[in-house]
Design a protein around this ligand. Structure first.
Ligand code: TXA
Ligand code: MG
Length: 339
């Protein structure tokens, strides 16, 4: 990352751009965001135009600290305060009843608002310099892979975004965990992320419901999302070599995203290696999906990691990249695993 001395003037320039209604892409610990002044309707409209995002998909409002929660949320249940205290700044988004005055354009017309304090020095410096809420979705085109470097943002959005603050590669690499905290009695996880079910339970003392049918209330939780251009096919490690050969036989360019190279994998398969550790896999995942596109891979075989800790969120993203979504159960088929 750039030193604070070189970043400070850019951050002030970015805060001024936000104040004058322009968009700024900035790093967070999860993925890069495409930011606008959350109270400026024209600026928020530009986010939707640049991303090609449907207007009913609400945005997350980023804040400098938890003390700003009540500027945006009408009520903050005790459990939400507990989570904010435990995990902010960090990769957790809380859905809370919105205050009147929070623009419909930000909430997609819902009576709730998504709020998060990101844990990245550049994001926090920008939020502090700006002094208000920054509405920011991931800085990619709608439905595509989220950017985890400034270069990804430039590649994808080009000149449509005047300013991209470069904070280096994102440390977490996948989007924040979203918890619906509107009612203390029915807290649930709408999107899994680095703040795991276990970590939430440790703080709250009770288990949260997993992302099930409730996830559909989060309009961005489409079955197909986070998708590279390549067709993503989920395979078991044991069947990867056989599956690869089958696709190669059809004359297609095949890639494999996996932590281990399976025995007997045909030479012509492009191996996109993921690290063994799940935390590092999350960090490398989107780079891997993008690399598959750079290599013009047509069929990307992907092996799901274990469903534990952050592995749950990685599985969620791979399922969506494969267009299969996840309803919290196992209504999908991994080639080979059914045998
Ligand atoms: O890590 C992240 O959360 C990144 C960084 C930039 O902060 N942001 C991000 O934003 O992933 P986006 O817009 O790509 O995803 C936000 C998700 C969408 O699925 C949206 O539907 C959901 O949050 N969401 C926003 N407001 C909501 C609300 N009021 N109720 C339910 N879901 C909401
Ligand atoms: Mg997104």
């Amino acid at each position: 990352m750039n030193g604070q001395r070189t970043v400070a003037p850019l951050v002030n320039q970015a805060a001024a751009a936000l104040r004058s209604g322009r968009l700024v892409a900035f790093p967070t610990e999860t993925v890069y965001g495409l930011g606008a002044d959350a109270r400026n309707l024209d600026a928020v409209a530009q986010i939707f135009a640049v991303k090609g995002r449907p207007a009913d998909h609400p945005l997350i409002v980023h804040l400098a600290d938890a003390a700003q929660l009540t500027d945006w949320a009408q009520e903050v249940p005790e459990a939400a305060w507990q989570l904010a205290k435990a995990f902010w700044p960090g990769p957790l988004t809380l859905i809370l009843p919105r205050r009147s005055g929070v623009p419909d354009a930000v909430t997609g017309g819902l009576d709730t608002v998504a709020l998060r304090v990101p844990n990245h020095p550049v994001a926090l410096a920008l939020l502090t310099a700006f002094g208000g809420g920054i509405a920011a979705p991931s800085a990619n085109r709608y439905g595509r892979v989220s950017p985890t470097t400034a270069e990804h943002v430039r590649e994808e959005l080009g000149t449509q975004v005047e300013m991209v603050l470069d904070g280096g590669p994102c440390f977490v690499g996948i989007e924040s965990t979203i918890v619906d905290a509107t009612k203390a009695s029915s807290l649930c996880i709408l999107r899994p992320g680095a703040i795991t079910t276990e970590a939430l339970r440790r703080v709250l003392g009770t288990a949260l419901r997993p992302a099930g049918q409730d996830a559909l209330r989060s309009p961005g939780r489409k079955l197909s999302h986070y998708a590279p251009c390549a067709r993503v096919v989920l395979v078991s490690q044991d069947d990867a070599a056989h599956e690869a050969a089958r696709w190669l036989d059809q004359g297609l360019r095949v890639g494999l995203l996996s932590a281990r190279r399976p025995a007997g994998l045909p030479e012509s398969v492009m191996c996109l290696h993921l690290p063994e550790s799940l935390m590092q896999q999350a960090r490398a995942l989107y780079q891997g999906l993008r690399q598959a596109d750079h290599l013009n891979v047509q069929v990307l075989l992907a092996v799901l990691p274990a469903d534990t800790g952050i592995g749950h969120a990685i599985r969620d993203r791979l399922l969506r990249a494969a267009g299969l979504g996840d309803d919290g159960s196992s209504h999908f088929q991994v080639i080979g695993s059914a045998r």
